[in-house]
Structure formats: structure tokens, C-alpha cells
Design a protein around this ligand. Sequence first.
Ligand code: PLP
Length: 392
Amino acid sequence: MRTPVRIYLDYNATSPLHPEAAETMARLLRDEYGNASSVHADGQRARTIVDDARQQIGALIDADPSDIVFTSGGTEADNFALRGVAEQQDATGRRHLIASAIEHEAVLNTLKALGKRGWSTTLLPVDESGVASPDALQAALRPETALVSVMHANNEVGTLQPIAELASIARAYGAVFHSDAVQTVGKVPVSVRRLGVDLLSLSAHKFGGPKGVGALWIRRGLKLTPFMTGGRQERNRRAGTENVPAIAGLGEAARISREHLAAAGARTASLRDRFEQVVLSGVPGTTVNGDPDRRVPNTTNLSFDGIEAEALLIALDLEGIAVSTGSACSSGSLEPSHVLRAMGVSQARTRNSLRFSLGPATTAAEIDAVAALLPPLVAKLRRLTHRTAAVR
Ligand code: PLP
């Protein structure tokens, strides 16, 4: 039986492994088993592979490679940033932490966990397009604020934050500024220098690398309490034998993304915009959530009046199209999106929003096929919803 052709529009959840990264990883899994901490030649070859990947990440985010610490992904990088600063600054009396209300669960639940252990926490409000304003941050900061965490772009709606401005305000108060850049690294140019942040998280599987590997960039001189304890790997910052093939896959994905960044971004944005235009004109009662101008090039979040997003997601899946109702972690639960709620989107609209996220392999033909399918599918679901409501 032939596998049906699928159209994948869920790149913000994860992306397919780039073939060159897959080849590199397969070769290393087979041939390079050295421990990067070993003194002998096998170990030194592994060390070189890890350091080469560090160079590639450094080039992608405009950072000195030696300030990059490999982690098991974006979640660990976020945990390391928040817990590392909180623990380190505990003794100084700075026990207040701020994060935007639309952060990923990796940040929000870490903040909550620290809140339970005695840190005071503030969630920064966002406006209707999902932007955390400098004024809101100014109002939330206190002399005892240890850390501010605001994501570079949101995973559900794609809105980009004014990070450079926010970071300079936080730093004027002596607070450390962290940005979760999991949804921007590899998609738009990211420069830790220009953003002016102290800490930046990234994750390989969002831009063609493997799952289970990521990194935290740490400004030179900033001390974090390591939360993985053990050996002296990663300059004593993150214990545990390095996953050399995964790190090399991350490095390859970084190299490829950097080479194609500008062209891929422009191409994806034009496909996304064309998709949006066709859907907005073909499906009455459709709204774009987020900031239409300041967002990552690959994401559109659309509300379709009068339907349940889960029902449309399943209908699309049956047609071979993969999309999402929001962050992968909260899909499967019927909780309305915390991101849309924080943006002040009505309860009804939070339940009928779908995220379409494109990637470098998305084609115009795929976009046109999905855009053509949506009007009849939405119309059918609206008829069904209407009938069910009438029967009730
Ligand atoms: N932060 C954001 C904004 C994300 O979108 C994700 C993944 O969905 C993460 C963090 C977690 O990254 P990882 O899956 O590598 O743990």
C-alpha cells in the first residue's frame, strides 16, 4: 500500500531532520564512539566534532562559541537560565522573577515551580497582538528583580518581541535578561550582541536538527548555578557525557540554516502571506491572530468563526494535512490557549484557532492545496455545528 502524500504545516512543533544532518549523525553514530573528555585520539576527534558544532552555533547567533553550552533541548536551556540565575542570586536578596504571560511552558512552569519555593514572580501582560511593552516591563521591575524572561518570538502566533529595548530596561535595573529564541534561531537573523540579552535558548529540532539537543548562550562573566551536577563537561556548566552525534546534527542544521537564512525567510513569508490572503478571502469569518507585521516569516494563526479548532484539525489530518491548535505540549488538552487568552482574544475565538507553520520544504502547490480545501471543510463543519446546536 502506498503511503498517502502528506502536507506538513507544523514546523513550529518540530521540523524534519535535514538530510545532511541525518547523514552526518548516522556516520558518527556508527564510526565515532569516542568520549569527548578522553585524552586519547578517539576522544580528541569527538572533542573536535563538538567544538566544530559550537563554532557553527556561534556563527548563527553572532556569539563567541566558548559562551555556548549544549543542553538536551530548549526546555533544559530555559530551565538552566531561570533556575541558574535564581539560585545564583538567591544570596544577594534578589528573589523576584518576571516572565511574559505568553512564554512556553518550559519557562512558565519553571517560574511556577520557583514561585512555590519562595521566589516572587510576575507575569508581564501583552497587548492584543501579543507584544510585551517596555512600559509594562518598567512597571513590573523592582530593585530585587533577579531575572526577566521574554521570548524572542511566540510559538503559537509568531509575534516578535522588542527584545533589545526590553533587555536594556531590565539591565538598567541590574536584572539578568533571558530570551527563549527557540522559535527564531534558524528562521530569522539572531544576534546576541544586537539583542543585548544575557542568556539565549535555542533548540535544534525547530530548524532541521535532531530532537533532544539545544543550547544556552551565556554572556561572558555571568554566573549561573549549574542544575546538572556531575562531571566537568561544558566548562563545568553542564555535567554529562556529550551526545556527540546529536550535537553534530545541531551544528549541521545551524550551518545550513545560516547559508539559506535570508532567501528561505523571504520565500516562506511570501508563501505564508499568499496562503493567508486566499484563506481570508475564501473563508468568511476568518481572523489573523498576532501581529501581522512583526512576526516570524513561517507562522500564521487563524480563527475560524463558528467551528471547534480540534474538529478542523482532525478533518485536515484526515485529508493528509498536519497543523496544530497551538503548542504541541498543550494540544490534546482542551484548555484554551494561554497565549490567546493573554492577548485578550475572546473565549470563543480561543477555541477556533489553528496554527499553520511552514518550513523550507513547503511548496506553493502544498499551500494552494490546503487553501483550496479550507473553504469547503470549514463550511461543512459550520453546518454540522449549526445542526448540533439546533438539536440541543
Ligand atoms: N520554547 C519554545 C518557544 C518552544 O516552542 C519549545 C518547543 O515547543 C520549547 C521552548 C521547548 O524546546 P524543546 O522541545 O527542545 O525542549
